[in-house]
Ligand binder design. Structure first.
Ligand code: OGA
Ligand code: MN
Length: 290
């Protein structure tokens, strides 16, 4: 397999792979690269929604956050991160929908607020902007490895509380009040996720994290900010400038990500499937009994 590194510390581009016809043997190599490098880039892919779903199912169960909102018999649709409406117009900058996209610009891992969090996001460039609108990834494995002991020891054996509405409240109280951000109870996860395949530890945190279990609220919030600040320093960050047909996959156990601003008068559409973490991904060990 021909590969090129995305940064010195993590991430790899895989060449000569057609993801729309991927077989079990190629998936095994892709999966090894995923465990080892935490982020994978494939360029120039021709991959429709069905092939996107087939690819996702190789990684694990497809996450379906809106099953409760669909009518009986209505099929799952690939979620889109998009400012484009069905009539071809784009959502206004201060639209609640655009504000939701802006909340994605806070460093996060996906779905830490769900009873089962995500293992991976498989993101595909559909409509891209010429400038702005990059997606940034930060390795919380590299950041954890380099973290000074005085900071690491404050969080190593602790748990973090996660809530979807918390990240939305940082952008707009009106946004945070929407029912879609209140469907799940607060979740408690260990702050360190050990990869069961490589045995590497990574900080597990997100914009959704609002408290350190057992710590006074203000001190906990400060510690969360300090930890995210540490692991998102430039040496741990990859900035992805989108082209149509790019497929970017990252390991949510070991990577934070965020969107970046663009000219909101321009359309930007990414297809996104999250895959849920399972026992073999180490999720059971992340649950803290309280
Ligand atoms: C996501 C996400 C950021 C972006 O798809 O989960 O956070 O760049 N996307 O749009
Ligand atoms: Mn996201």
């Amino acid at each position: 397999m021909r590969t090129s590194p995305l940064t010195d510390r993590f991430g790899v581009e895989l060449h000569d792979i057609d993801l729309s016809t991927i077989n079990a043997k190629t998936y095994a190599s892709v999966r090894r690269a995923f465990e080892q490098h935490s982020a994978l880039l494939f360029r120039n892919q021709t991959i429709d929604d069905d092939a996107h779903m087939r690819l996702a199912r190789l990684f694990g169960p497809i996450e379906d956050r809106t099953a409760d909102e669909r009518d009986e018999g209505e099929a799952f649709k690939v979620p889109q991160v998009s400012n484009l409406r069905a009539d071809g117009t784009v959502t206004e900058e201060l639209d609640l929908h655009t504000l939701h996209l802006k909340a994605n610009m806070l460093w996060h891992a996906d779905s830490t607020f769900l009873p089962t969090p995500a293992l991976a996001n498989i993101l595909i460039g559909r409509v891209v902007t010429e400038t702005g609108g990059a997606t940034e990834l930060a390795s919380t494995r590299a950041g954890w490895a380099d973290m000074p002991d005085r900071l690491r020891n404050r969080i190593r054996d602790k748990g973090l509380w996660h809530r979807y509405a918390h990240s939305r409240a940082r952008i707009s109280p009106e946004l945070a009040a929407l029912p879609m951000f209140h469907k799940w109870p607060d979740q408690l996860w260990r702050a360190v996720w050990r990869n069961p395949v490589t045995q590497d530890d990574a900080l597990y945190i997100a914009s959704h994290a609002f408290a350190v279990d057992g710590m006074e609220a203000k001190a906990g919030a400060q510690l969360i900010d300090e930890l995210i600040g540490w692991v998102t320093q430039p040496p741990y960050v990859y900035t992805h400038h989108w082209q149509v047909g790019d497929v970017l996959i990252w390991d949510q156990r070991a990577v934070l990500h965020r969107g970046t601003p663009w000219n909101y008068k321009k359309p930007r559409v990414l297809s996104s499937i999250c895959v849920s973490a399972t026992t073999s991904d180490g999720v059971d060990a992340m649950r803290l009994i309280v």
